[in-house]
Design a protein around this ligand. Structure first.
Ligand SMILES: Cc1cc2nc3c(=O)[nH]c(=O)nc-3n(C[C@H](O)[C@H](O)[C@H](O)COP(=O)(O)OP(=O)(O)OC[C@H]3O[C@@H](n4cnc5c(N)ncnc54)[C@H](O)[C@@H]3O)c2cc1C
Length: 402
């Protein structure tokens, strides 16, 4: 049954205040400030902004800054709703919060991000720690503090040798030098980098005392150990799981077209191909560029949020939204607090020859990590300041899309 809606403002509901959702919210809020024909609402489980880029730092007990989302939205007219999205009903255009509240929308921005895959390998969900939320990082910090306070040392196994695994292993080894840190994964650490930065990264891990084993496939996590393909068992007092990615099942359950990983498939303007009133941003979206489908990063996520906001306003103003284009430009990887490696990349994320290492790279990485919150602050005052990112030139052109 369809219900007639009374006239009122156009309701834009943004789900998830991560890097992408925040960018969409602040961009829309700033551009519609003072207008009574658009109502912007942002939903997130906590008022504090989660700097995912620093969760490996928080997980070793180090303080990270507090950033308050409702405070940032103050004065814009945008509403903040604290809660967990438990269901989406795309045909009725409603979202359920904490199974009790119902929020209606005319346009939805879906920015629920992604988390490490704790489902595929048995035992991960029950026995491994993750960096999937600030609460998970805090739980790991407490466990590591207890382990390092013991007299007999201990072994921390980091499952997954991608960049989150590398950053986490380096951070734990630097913070707790008497713990044995083992980094296990299929690929060698820094596999996507060119030879010199890769060698630098691997030497830094060795200097920090991290034992790396590539070509290792974890098939099971047990209390006190992990089991590798082939049957070998590796003792572990703590397992941190960083491997693979998983997205919320909400979009698929609501009947939106999703890819094989559950991400919402978008058109060139970031609208869902099945439900054009839904825009998908950040890690939760499958966005096609000339080089392929974008992979989840903060550098690409923020532009998707800004673009969705601008596209929504263009559509509301009767204009045609423009296609989204983004080209990668760097891969900065921290190696503890004083060292890092930055691989500069072509727009398709393939490595260039240029890279930075050491303290200069650590400063670069810190600047990049710290930049989103001030960027939102700038966008609140000058929305157009959020529109600068590399479009990627010929790398991002999709045939037939203008
Ligand atoms: C340790 C670590 C280091 C990283 N380093 C880098 C880096 O150096 N550079 C880089 O580009 N990328 C990095 N990444 C990846 C980067 O963090 C992600 O690509 C980025 O966070 C994606 O942004 P997003 O807005 O899509 O999702 P997120 O930032 O994950 O935000 C999603 C938001 O949605 C909320 N949410 C989820 N489900 C629900 C629900 N059901 N109801 C309500 N709210 C919900 C979450 O709480 C969160 O606030 C790193 C990731 C990790 C874990």
């Amino acid at each position: 049954m369809t219900t007639q809606r009374k006239a009122g403002p156009h309701r834009v509901l943004i789900l998830g205040a991560g890097y992408a959702g925040m960018a969409a919210a602040i961009q829309l809020a700033a551009r519609t400030k003072g207008r009574d024909d658009v109502q912007v609402t942002l939903v997130n489980p906590q008022e504090r902004f989660t700097e995912r880029l620093r969760l490996h730092i928080a997980a070793t007990g180090q303080q990270v800054a507090e950033m308050n989302i409702p405070e940032l939205l103050e004065g814009t007219g945008a509403r903040f709703v604290r809660g967990w999205v438990t269901a989406m009903e795309a045909n009725a255009k409603i979202v359920r919060i904490d199974d009790s509240r119902v929020l209606h929308y005319d346009t939805l921005v879906y920015g629920l991000g992604s988390v490490a895959d704790t489902v595929t390998v048995p035992g991960v969900e029950e026995h491994a720690y993750t960096l999937n939320s600030p609460q998970d990082a805090e739980a790991l910090a407490e466990r590591l503090a207890r382990l390092s306070g013991g007299t007999s040392g201990g072994t921390v196994v980091v499952g997954g040798s991608g960049l989150t695994g590398v950053e986490s292993a380096a951070e734990i080894a630097e913070r707790y030098p008497h713990l044995n840190v083992v980094l296990l994964g299929r690929q060698e650490p820094g596999a996507a980098m060119s030879p010199r930065p890769r060698a630098y990264l691997q030497a830094a891990l060795t200097r920090l005392g991290v034992h790396t084993r590539s070509g290792a496939e974890v098939v099971k996590v047990l209390p006190g150990s992990v089991e590798l393909a082939g049957g070998e068992s590796v003792a572990a007092d703590v397992v941190l799981w960083t491997s693979g990615t998983r997205v919320s099942p909400l979009a698929a359950a609501a009947g939106l077209t999703v890819d094989e990983r559950g991400r919402i498939v978008t058109d060139a303007t970031l609208r869902s191909v099945s439900h054009p009133e839904v825009y998908a941003v950040g890690d939760a979206a499958a966005i096609l560029q000339g080089y392929g489908v974008m992979h989840g990063t903060c550098q690409g996520g923020m532009p998707t949020g800004v673009h969705a906001a601008v596209a929504i306003l263009r559509a509301l103003g009767g204009k045609r939204p423009k296609p989204f284009r983004f080209g990668y430009y760097h891969t900065p990887v921290s190696l503890g607090r004083h060292d890092a490696v930055v691989q500069f990349t072509h727009p398709d994320d393939s490595p260039r020859r240029v890279h930075l290492t050491g303290r200069m790279a650590a400063r670069y990485k810190e600047t990049v990590t710290a930049s989103p919150w001030p960027t939102y602050g700038r966008m609140k005052k000058m929305p157009a300041s959020g529109a600068f990112w590399p479009r990627g030139g010929r790398f991002t052109r999709v045939r037939g899309v203008r």
